[in-house]
Each structure stands twice: as structure tokens, then as C-alpha cells.
Design a protein around this ligand. Structure first.
Ligand code: PTJ
Length: 249
């Protein structure tokens, strides 16, 4: 799946690999029409960050993992871009947390839902994981949202207490926060509404953020929540890191 023409030593290898994953997902009908625009915006911010996990992003990832581990009903939300870019890492994190993933897309069509669910279930089988993959039979609505984008599973997103929403739309993030959930956002843009409104925001590239969490989980197991964690202060550090990229010669 991951074959690309570039050599792994190519300085832009990781970026080229992610683009290839999006091309493959587009061919499979998994992506929204605006998926490439969203990705391009992310790439621009990542360029300014130096395509690295900053110290503040690592701290946010740590707090996010601790919150997910402490949750009664954690759930990981999957959209088209997330399924394309980091399906395996999302399944591995769900496996570590013994929780479901739920395919929940903004630009919802039956065809896209089927393509993403098929992809997730194929990867789940290939990895040999028992993770429940929800999204096939929504039986609830996220309050405050209109139309198909509100559809979700009662046993998944609706009744979750802590939810990971990478690359999330601002309205939906807001609706989840309004439900009283701890909402963990992964977004390279520290100024996005989701990044600002989330409970814990990791300003990092999706696959790097997930691999940071998986690495900490493997090395340290169960973490304690940091009671002094300050979402806005960590987010401001993320913004400062982006802005420092503008000043480079
Ligand atoms: O599959 P759907 O229908 O749910 O649609 C998914 C997209 C991503 C198209 C939809 O949610 C959307 O339009 O999102 P936005 O409003 O463009 O927000 C996406 C955010 O994710 C932006 O702030 C980007 O900077 C950021 N982003 C993009 N790629 C990455 C990223 N953040 C982290 N890692 C990335 N790889």
C-alpha cells in the first residue's frame, strides 16, 4: 500500500508518503472533495514547524494519552483523511485502550462511508486486531448539529466521555465540547476553531502525534493525568513554534 517512487532517505520522504496515501484513498472513494485542500493547509503549517514534534506537542500527546487511558468510555473518531493517513495507528491506539473507533465524516455519503469502513476493516484484519469499528449503523445524533454530519453510534461517540477527533471540523468539535466530553484534537493549525475549542490539542502532524502516543504507551504503560496541564498555554507554545518558523532565514 505504501509503495512510492522516492527513496526513504529523500528529505521529503514522509511528506511524499502521506501524499501517496491520500492518492490511494482518493482512488478508493474514501475522501471528501476538499480533502486535499485540508491536507495542503496542514502541510503548510508543518513546514513552519520544521516537520518535527515540538516539546509542547509531546506534552499534549502525553496528557491526551493519560486522559484516554483514564476514560470510562473512550472512542477514536475517524474521517476520510484520518483513515487514509493513519488507519493503522488509530487501530493500534484503540487496541491499547480497548475502545472502539467510529467512522464519522463531515461530508457524509453512503459511498464514502462504505469505502472508509471497508478500508478500516481490511486493515484491522491485516493487523490481527479485535477493535470494534463503528459507523455502519448510526442510531443517535450529536445534539446541536444538523443533517447527516450529526449521525453517530450511541455505544460509540454519543456515550463517550473522552473522544479523540483528529483533523476535526470546528462546528462538530464545538458540539462535542458542549456535550461535556473531554475532546482531544490533533491539528497542525493552532488557530483553527477545533484547536482552540478542544480540551487538549496536539499541534502536530497526525501520524507523528499518534506514534508519539503509541511510543509512550509501549514504554510507560499507564500514565497519570497532569493536574497542572494548561490547554491554552500549551496551545500558545504551539503557535509560537509555528511563528518561529516564519522567522527562519
Ligand atoms: O472526511 P470528512 O468528510 O470528515 O472531511 C475531512 C476534512 C479534513 C476534509 C474536513 O474535516 C475538513 O474540511 O477539515 P478542515 O476544516 O479543513 O480542517 C482540517 C484541519 O486539519 C486543518 O486545520 C489542517 O491544518 C489540519 N490538518 C490537515 N492535515 C493534517 C492536519 N493536522 C494534522 N495532521 C495532518 N496530516
Amino acid at each position: 500500500m505504501d509503495e512510492i517512487a522516492a527513496d526513504p532517505s529523500h528529505p521529503r520522504y514522509a511528506s511524499l508518503l502521506m501524499r501517496r496515501r491520500l492518492e490511494i484513498a482518493a482512488e478508493k472513494g474514501m475522501l471528501a472533495d476538499s480533502a486535499m485542500i485540508a491536507h495542503g493547509r496542514g502541510e503548510a503549517f508543518d513546514y513552519l514547524l520544521g516537520e518535527r514534534t515540538t516539546e509542547s506537542a509531546a506534552r499534549a500527546a502525553r496528557q491526551a494519552l493519560a486522559a484516554l487511558q483514564a476514560a470510562d468510555r473512550p472512542v477514536l473518531s475517524i474521517n476520510g483523511n484520518v483513515a487514509a493517513l493513519a488507519c493503522d495507528e488509530m487501530l493500534q491506539l484503540a487496541d491499547h485502550l480497548s475502545c472502539p473507533v467510529e467512522v464519522n465524516i463531515f461530508y457524509r455519503t453512503p459511498e464514502r462511508m462504505e469505502a472508509i469502513l471497508n478500508h478500516m476493516n481490511e486493515r484491522k484484519l491485516a493487523l490481527g486486531l479485535e477493535v470494534p469499528v463503528l459507523g455502519h449503523a448510526p442510531d443517535a445524533q450529536i445534539p446541536g448539529l444538523k443533517g447527516p454530519r450529526a449521525a453517530c453510534h450511541r455505544e460509540g461517540i454519543l456515550e463517550s466521555d473522552v473522544i479523540l477527533v483528529p483533523l476535526e471540523d470546528g462546528d462538530r468539535c464545538n458540539a462535542l465540547v458542549a456535550m461535556g466530553k473531554t475532546v482531544i484534537v490533533i491539528d497542525l493549525n493552532p488557530l483553527s476553531r477545533s484547536a482552540q475549542q478542544g480540551s487538549i490539542t496536539i499541534v502536530d502532524e497526525l501520524s507523528r502525534a499518534l506514534n508519539t502516543m503509541l511510543g509512550i504507551a509501549a514504554e510507560e504503560g499507564h500514565l497519570a493525568i497532569d493536574a497542572s496541564y494548561d490547554h491554552q498555554a500549551v496551545l500558545n507554545e504551539g503557535l509560537a513554534a509555528v511563528l518561529s518558523g516564519l522567522k527562519k532565514p
